[in-house]
Write a protein that binds this ligand. Structure first.
Ligand SMILES: [Zn+2]
Length: 233
């Protein structure tokens, strides 16, 4: 028993990433997911909308391609299982929050995660904002809750594109992903239909730069930055 309890990483954690769309998990915390998996933690992901059907002329084939890209990205990152909740893409503000919360609670009850990663409340994308709100509601700190930590991540082309000053992303947790950055970028590369060429913000090159910027901000090669919502220890 004494061996199991020594050090933070010796006890396996259950981690859940709650994202609006497939690709947000890789953009927001792909390196951190890979790091958790390397440490022996179990990582699940749940996606609230499909990321495709709001586009003009989107068809079943595109949705299939997006889901295939996600499956490949999740294999690369080492995600154990993904849940697709199927809410309307880019129209999540048209769904009652209660419906979203109840579906999310079903997943939480099944997985019983200790650590949650989700969107920042101030993102430009409406699905991201609704996801954050649904997570905070579904993860209320009621007695007996399994959830000990909730972190909000940043997503290129959604977090920094929002109105300045309304709900700025203020990172205060930095996860060293120096040994996992290439895995993150490989997962992002599987989303080739979502990624753009420079100088668009959502490029592979800019994802590398952001990781280096966040890392160099605290004297390491690469990091993902989070805004801590709540931590109980
Ligand atoms: Zn998104």
């Amino acid at each position: 028993m004494e061996h199991q309890q020594v050090g933070n990483n010796s006890v396996s954690k259950t981690v859940l990433v709650v994202a609006a769309h497939t690709d947000d998990e890789a953009l927001g915390c792909g390196g951190t997911i890979a790091r958790h998996v390397a440490q022996g933690d179990i990582v699940y992901a749940v996606f609230l909308a499909d990321g495709v059907t709001s586009r003009l002329g989107a068809n079943a084939e595109e949705l299939e391609q997006r889901n295939a890209a996600a499956a490949e990205a999740h294999r690369i990152l080492g995600i154990e299982k993904s849940y697709m909740l199927g809410f309307p893409d880019n129209r999540m503000d048209s769904v009652s929050l209660l419906d979203i919360v109840q579906k999310l609670e079903g997943v939480l009850n099944e997985i019983k995660p200790q650590v949650i990663y989700t969107h920042h409340v101030g993102d430009l994308n409406v699905d991201h904002r609704v996801t954050h709100q649904a997570v905070l509601t579904a993860c209320r700190p009621v007695p007996g809750s399994s959830i000990k930590e909730i972190y909000a991540f940043e997503v290129l082309s959604a977090t920094e594109w929002s109105t300045p000053g309304i709900a700025p992303f203020i990172p205060n947790v930095f996860v060293d992903i120096s040994g996992h950055l290439e895995i993150k970028l490989k997962a992002l590369a599987s989303y080739e239909l979502e990624m753009r060429d420079e100088p668009h913000s959502r490029s592979i090159a800019n994802s590398r730069r952001l990781a280096e910027l966040r890392g160099n901000s605290c004297g390491i090669n690469a990091a993902e930055a989070f805004s801590l919502v709540r931590k109980l220890c």
